[in-house]
Design a protein around this ligand. Structure first.
Ligand code: DQA
Length: 148
């Protein structure tokens, strides 16, 4: 089983730390990446960490992950609520998929309550702040552990 995981981030998450900090907190995406890499290393996982504001780039990384990765963590951001294309791409991936939302989307506007991606996700983190990412890394570390 591949020990490589992809951590993918959708639109506007490049502004994490500056964007609506009362909702998304003060940590930057670089902080999140550093925390995930440290934790992943401790669990013998390799990380590819990406962010894009373009739907097709996220789809291309999912296609790449099909060939190389054991699992995917994805915060699709606003594409969560709009993108059948991302769902279709994730449906081509065979390993575990964990969906992360920094905010508790179910407490927010009604349009954030539906996730196309959740039709595929094996687990969903919402409302754990940026800690949701590291919790998701821990879960993948467990799921991708070779059987003993
Ligand atoms: C988000 C929640 C989405 O509704 C929103 O569009 C985002 C971020 C989150 O991490 O809480 O951009 O995915």
């Amino acid at each position: 089983m591949s020990r490589l995981i992809y951590i993918l981030n959708g639109p506007n998450l490049n502004l994490l730390g500056k964007r609506q900090p009362h909702i998304y907190g003060h940590e930057t995406l670089a902080d999140v990446e550093a925390e995930c890499r440290t934790l992943a290393r401790q669990h013998n996982l390799e990380v590819r960490f990406h962010q894009s504001n373009r739907e097709y780039e996220l789809i291309d990384w999912i296609h790449e992950a099909r060939e190389t990765a054991g699992g995917i963590i994805i915060n699709p951001a606003a594409f969560t609520h709009t993108s059948v294309a991302l769902l279709d791409a994730l449906n081509t991936f065979e390993g575990p998929v964990i969906e992360v939302h920094i905010s508790q989307v179910h407490k927010r506007e009604a349009f954030r309550h539906h996730s196309y991606v959740s039709h595929r996700s094996d687990a969903v983190m919402a409302g754990f702040g940026t800690q949701g990412y590291t919790l998701a890394v821990l879960r993948l570390a467990k799921l991708l552990k070779p059987a003993t």
